[in-house]
Design a protein around this ligand. Structure first.
Ligand code: MLT
Length: 258
């Protein structure tokens, strides 16, 4: 499904229709399809909204000038389309950065928050520099550059590496460039966490090469009302690697909200 929201066409899909919706936001270079199997298998009756982040999946790319604030505004526009007053917003990795930007900008619409293999800190200078190098390479060689660099770091499972490689390769290079810049320029949001009194869930993959387990624990402690879920046999992609553990965590978050 697609709709004109916040000045662009955004792709999304919806499951169920009653109760407080759970919004699941995918990470960098991926699209909403990463959640589909988990929803159909483990929470088929839940009201769930899956957006494609601007520049990813079916969403339009526009001119590639993005920020976390713009992504958060896209999300707010999507909720307005469904006349939703409050939602449980959960983001995977870059989707978590968007969720935190949403929490800062639209606290009145937030019923619960989930950060899945994500972080609240801003990029270090080294990470920022790597992102700007990546942008140069994306200009020269296209999306395959990111597919080659990122997919092997997302998981230890070959079929997941192959699936994410293809997804990233199909994403528009301009979308990836815009999202890279938005991530590099995002502010540190650690100071926001103590103000977020809503139920929160922090999910870490015990073998994640991208987000450190200790960093995730530290982030969970900064929330007044967070549960920490560390998933064994998972790297950066628990929705594929251990979907039942992630679904249990999400269902528990939903129960804490309602
Ligand atoms: C992601 O999976 O969304 C990215 O690895 C996040 C990042 O690059 O910081």
């Amino acid at each position: 499904m697609k709709a004109y929201i916040n000045g662009t066409e955004l792709g999304f899909e919806v499951f169920g229709e009653t109760g407080i919706p759970l919004v699941l936001i995918h990470g960098f270079g991926l699209d909403r399809s990463i959640w589909r199997w988990l929803i159909l298998e483990y929470m088929p009756d839940q009201f769930v909204i899956l957006p494609d982040v601007r520049g990813h999946g079916e969403s339009d790319v526009e001119d590639g000038s993005y920020s976390m604030r713009l992504f958060a505004d896209d999300l707010a526009g999507l909720l307005r389309l469904f006349c939703v007053d409050k939602a449980i917003i959960c983001g995977h990795s870059m989707g978590g950065y968007i969720s935190l930007a949403f929490a800062e900008r639209y606290p009145q619409h937030l019923a619960g928050l989930g950060l899945i293999t994500s972080r609240a800190q801003a990029d270090s200078e080294v990470v920022k520099e790597n992102r700007y190098n990546l942008i140069k390479q994306l200009h020269k060689r296209g999306s395959v550059v990111l597919a080659e660099q990122l997919a092997p770091r997302l998981s230890n499972v070959d079929s997941i590496i192959r699936k994410t490689y293809n997804m990233i390769k199909q994403t528009s290079p301009l979308g990836l460039i815009g999202a890279s810049r938005a991530m590099a320029e995002r502010p540190d949001r650690m100071n926001l966490l103590p103000q977020l009194a809503i139920p929160a869930l922090i999910v870490a993959g015990e073998e994640d090469q991208i987000v450190d387990l200790e960093e995730a624990k530290h982030m969970a402690l900064a929330f007044p009302n967070a549960k920490f879920l560390s998933i064994p046999d998972a790297c950066h992609m628990p929705m594929f690697e251990n979907p039942s553990a992630l679904a249990n965590g999400l269902m528990d978050l939903i129960r804490r909200v309602i």
